[in-house]
Each structure stands twice: as structure tokens, then as C-alpha cells.
Design a protein around this ligand. Structure first.
Ligand code: TXA
Ligand code: MG
Length: 315
């Protein structure tokens, strides 16, 4: 059985022993292991059921720790760090030769971030060493934003979960690569939007899709409920009358027979509540989950990205 605790010291002790601990961050909960412990890193892949081709993000307590992992930190990356760390921004930088290739999935780049959650920072400082932490969910399922979500994902496992309350951002970090010979590139949209990053970087950031830099592990179907899920613009009358259809609304909700959650018309609040809504409706044993398509505006880019991955069938 997973064990939920508020005890930072116990979490640090478990990590120091080479164990795994689910930790809160401001984005989503992470499944953490000490980056310097190869057996613990391997255990993260095994417990998640994650393919070895999908690299991990290294979490640091202080930007100074970056230099243990990154061979080169370009001026543009330093400007972003200065402004946005600690926070929901991950940077992909050239990796030092010493960085275990299990972390980078055999690439010569490494992803790094300094999370903003006070308990996460307390664990990192207590351990005095960096943590790898993918989202604390089984491969291809919904990222957790509460300790209870993590316990649900790993029911039956002897996993320590540090409870830091509901995540305040609610979607995974924005990932930008800053690599020699390539334009800075957005690899994964997040709630920290690319325009704000460009304003500080002082240069254009290439949007994912136009890029020549790979983001391994960004599967088309991802963040997925078990219930078949579709986005809709206009609801079908037959669905609105069907009690076995669940609904997530963003703008004005309308009357439906099945369970419905209205997440609001403001992107930050919507993002914070989205994964919890997916967990709730997925547990309701429905035939279909219908999600109202958000406005086609930049502020909704990260939310729409996750909804499209939740809704795609196949891999
Ligand atoms: O908000 C977050 O980033 C959360 C919290 C726990 O920090 N973590 C998270 O990790 O979302 P994960 O493992 O679910 O997603 C990490 C993604 C990989 O799927 C991959 O796309 C990208 O980060 N990534 C990691 N290292 C990379 C590298 N060297 N080059 C390109 N992409 C990389
Ligand atoms: Mg993930």
C-alpha cells in the first residue's frame, strides 16, 4: 500500500537509501529518485513502466547545481533561469559526459528544472543532491495533481508519497531546448507561455512541430483516461440525454443527463483543475467522456495540447 506522509525527513531518508518517493511540485507530482544513484533511476523506469527511450528531468534546489549536469549554459538560458526559476520551466542543455545516459535516454542533452514547491525544495536541500522525477503516474496515464491521485496510480505498491496539497499549476512544465547549433525550441507547451519566454530571452523560440530537435516520449496518446474521450464543439442531442456520457465544460455549461464538471473560462484555473476532473470522471465508469474544445487562443495552448493527447485513440 502507498503511504501518504507530510514528513520531509522521512522522504529524504528513503531517497538517501536509494528508494523512490512521490514528491509534490507546483506542476504535477513527480516520482523521485536520487539522480546520482543508477539503481534508483532504473527503479523509476520500472515502476512507471516507462520505455528507456524516454528521458527524465533532473530537479535541482539551486541554479548553481546546474553545472554538475550541463556542459554549457548559454547566456539566453541564464536569462530565462534568472527570471523564471524556481518555476514551471524545464531547460534542455548540453549534458556533461558524467551524466548517466539512463537519465538522458542516451542523448548528449539533459533536461533540468528548479521546481517552486516549498516541500520539494526542502527535500532537495535535505538530500543535498539532485532528483530525477517524471510525473508520478503509470506510463501513458493521467498525471497526478494530488497525493490521492498518486496513491490511486500506484495502489498495491510500497510507495512513500509526500503530501504537499493540490498542485497550483496543474499541467507539466514548459520545456525549451537551448542547444548549440539549434534555435531555441519549445518542446512541450506549459502554462508558462512562449511569448513570456521570448520577451525575456530576447529572441524567437521555435514552436514544436517546426523544430529539428526531438522531444522523446511525447507520445500522441498521453495523459489519457481509460474511458474513450473526445473533444467537441457542438454537442449531439443523443449524448446530452445519455446518462453514461460524462462532460467537461470550459465556457457556458448546458444541461446534460450524465455527470458534468465546469472548469471555467479562464485558462489558469482550468489547468489547475483539469487532471482532477479527468480522474473523477474516469472513475465514474462511463461509456464516453466529452470535453468542450477550449478557445483557439495562445493562452489555451498547453491545455489544448493535453486535451488532444487525452482524446487521441491509438498511439
Ligand atoms: O512539470 C514537470 O516537468 C513534471 C514535474 C514532476 O517536474 N515532470 C514531468 O516529467 O513532466 P515527464 O518525465 O513526465 O516528462 C519529461 C519529458 C520527456 O517526456 C521528454 O519529452 C522531455 O521531458 N525530456 C527530458 N529530457 C530530455 C532531453 N534530453 N531532450 C529532449 N526532451 C527531454
Ligand atoms: Mg509524464
Amino acid at each position: 500500500m502507498p503511504h501518504i506522509t507530510h514528513d520531509v525527513t522521512a522522504a529524504v531518508a528513503r531517497l538517501r537509501d536509494g528508494g523512490l518517493v512521490a514528491i509534490p511540485t507546483e506542476t504535477v507530482y513527480g516520482l523521485a529518485a536520487e539522480a546520482a544513484n543508477p539503481a534508483a533511476v532504473a527503479a523509476v523506469y520500472a515502476l512507471k513502466g516507462r520505455p528507456a527511450t524516454n528521458p527524465l528531468i533532473v530537479h535541482v534546489a539551486d541554479p548553481a547545481w546546474l553545472y554538475d549536469f550541463a556542459r554549457d549554459v548559454p547566456a539566453l538560458a541564464l536569462r530565462l533561469i534568472e527570471r523564471f526559476w524556481p518555476g514551471p520551466l524545464t531547460l534542455v542543455l548540453p549534458a556533461r559526459d558524467e551524466v548517466p545516459r539512463a537519465i538522458t535516454a542516451n542523448q548528449d542533452s539533459v533536461a533540468l528544472r528548479q521546481p517552486a514547491h516549498p516541500l520539494c525544495l526542502a527535500v532537495l536541500r535535505g538530500l543535498g543532491s539532485a532528483l530525477v522525477a517524471p510525473s508520478a503516474n503509470r506510463f501513458m496515464s493521467i498525471s497526478p495533481t494530488t497525493a490521492a491521485h498518486v496513491a490511486h496510480q500506484f495502489a498495491g505498491e510500497d510507495l512513500l508519497i509526500l503530501d504537499g496539497g493540490p498542485c497550483t499549476v496543474g499541467l507539466e512544465s514548459t520545456i525549451v531546448s537551448v542547444l548549440p547549433g539549434h534555435a531555441p525550441t519549445l518542446l512541450r507547451p506549459g502554462m508558462l507561455d512562449v511569448q513570456s519566454l521570448e520577451a525575456v530571452a530576447g529572441t524567437a523560440i521555435v514552436r514544436h512541430g517546426q523544430a529539428d530537435v526531438r522531444a522523446p516520449g511525447q507520445h500522441r496518446r498521453h495523459y489519457a483516461p481509460r474511458t474513450p474521450t473526445q473533444l467537441f464543439d457542438e454537442a449531439q442531442a443523443a449524448d446530452t440525454r445519455n446518462p453514461r456520457v460524462g462532460w467537461i465544460f470550459c465556457a457556458a455549461p448546458f444541461a446534460v443527463a450524465g455527470p458534468a464538471l465546469a472548469l471555467g473560462s479562464e485558462p489558469d484555473g482550468y489547468a489547475r483543475r483539469l487532471y482532477d476532473a479527468l480522474y473523477q470522471l474516469d472513475a465514474a465508469d462511463l461509456d464516453l467522456l466529452l470535453i468542450q474544445r477550449p478557445p483557439a487562443r495562445d493562452a489555451w495552448r498547453a491545455v489544448t495540447d493535453r486535451l488532444q493527447r487525452a482524446a487521441t485513440s491509438g498511439s
